[in-house]
Design a protein around this ligand. Structure first.
Ligand code: ATP
Length: 297
């Protein structure tokens, strides 16, 4: 009796997740229906299958369809070299997340173009485009299933061995080995709760598993204890290696590691440089750095 009860509870929980996921998918499809621009072209151009993608944002003007009067990006121009790490910094509403949304082609651009490895993303197959890009969001979704299956969301066809290798690279294997049933430990609402730092490392393991050439990282704003912070930074270091990375940065360690920092305000790029160069300009960046990183300007 007890076994059956436990199993059906687990099942209903999984079912709840499936329904929630299906609901989210419906909303996404609903959204796409009202975005006539968002369809794969009939004869899509193939994105080059190389490991380093350059990204080129050219003269982008964009407003969200629901807010035609407000320009979310205004003449946005940026060329990112293969393997480069760009940190996006700017006040709330500056347009940082919009850059991600457009690269993933959740919206059609009104003016300008984005090319990935020389191919206009509007000419690419949407599924192939999104296979090319891994995302580490601010908040990690943990599903009501085992640790193993939670990581597998990064690549559904992954073997258990691949998942464990990714977990090691993401500095997650160590804490997983200490869980009651290791990789079989059940997570989610009725399962074990992970700390924020542990969840972030699960998210990084998924992205490592996906092994996409382009990485979009929306850094968490919540602070971690010093040890988790170091583990997460190590894991990110591993993930970002050899990938073209765009990161919405909230941490000093992250801007210091970036090749270039792009400062945004009101949908525009207002400055580009290194942390030191930007501090010396005593502009918006210096003020933001003082607020966000406690850096004296
Ligand atoms: P934050 O740091 O707060 O996330 P951000 O720099 O990422 O800010 P965006 O989210 O890109 O800024 O927002 C740019 C502008 O577009 C803002 O004025 C915002 O209100 C608007 N905006 C963002 N998402 C939507 C949306 N889905 N529909 C309508 N307007 C939106």
């Amino acid at each position: 009796g007890v076994m059956v009860a436990t199993n059906s509870a687990a099942l209903s929980e999984v079912w709840g997740d499936i329904q929630r996921a299906a609901g989210a998918m419906e909303r996404i499809l609903e959204l796409l229906k009202f975005q006539p621009g968002i369809m794969s072209p009939k004869n899509p151009h193939s994105l080059p299958a190389f490991t380093h993608d350059s990204i080129h944002f050219q003269n982008i003007f964009f407003n969200y369809p629901s807010r035609p009067e407000q320009q979310a990006l205004h003449d946005f121009n940026l060329t990112i070299a293969p393997g480069e790490t760009i940190a996006l910094v700017g006040p709330s509403g500056a347009g940082k997340s919009t850059v991600f949304q457009l690269l993933l082609r959740f919206y059609a651009i009104q003016q300008g173009s984005i090319t990935l490895g020389g191919v206009d993303i509007a000419q690419a197959d949407i599924k192939q485009l999104r296979q090319h890009i891994a995302i580490v969001p601010q908040e990690t979704s943990i599903f009501a299933t085992s640790v193993m299956e939670n990581i597998r969301f990064g690549k559904i066809a992954a073997t258990d061995a691949e998942i464990k290798t990714a977990a090691k690279a993401a500095a997650a294997d160590e804490f997983i080995q200490r869980l009651p049933e290791r990789y079989d430990t059940f997570l989610g609402e009725r399962g074990l709760r992970l700390s924020v730092g542990q969840r972030q490392r699960i998210s990084i393991a998924r992205a490592i598993l996906k092994n996409a050439p382009v990485l979009l990282l929306d850094e968490a704003t919540s602070s971690l204890d010093a040890e988790s912070e170091k583990l997460v930074q190590d894991a990110l270091q591993h993930l970002m290696q050899n990938r073209t990375t765009l990161v919405i940065a909230h941490r000093l360690a992250t801007v210091l590691k970036a090749d270039r920092i792009v400062v945004m305000n009101h949908g525009k790029i207002v400055a580009i440089g290194s942390h030191q160069q930007l501090l010396e300009q005593k502009g918006l960046y210096a003020r933001l750095a003082a607020l966000q990183f406690g850096e004296m300007s």
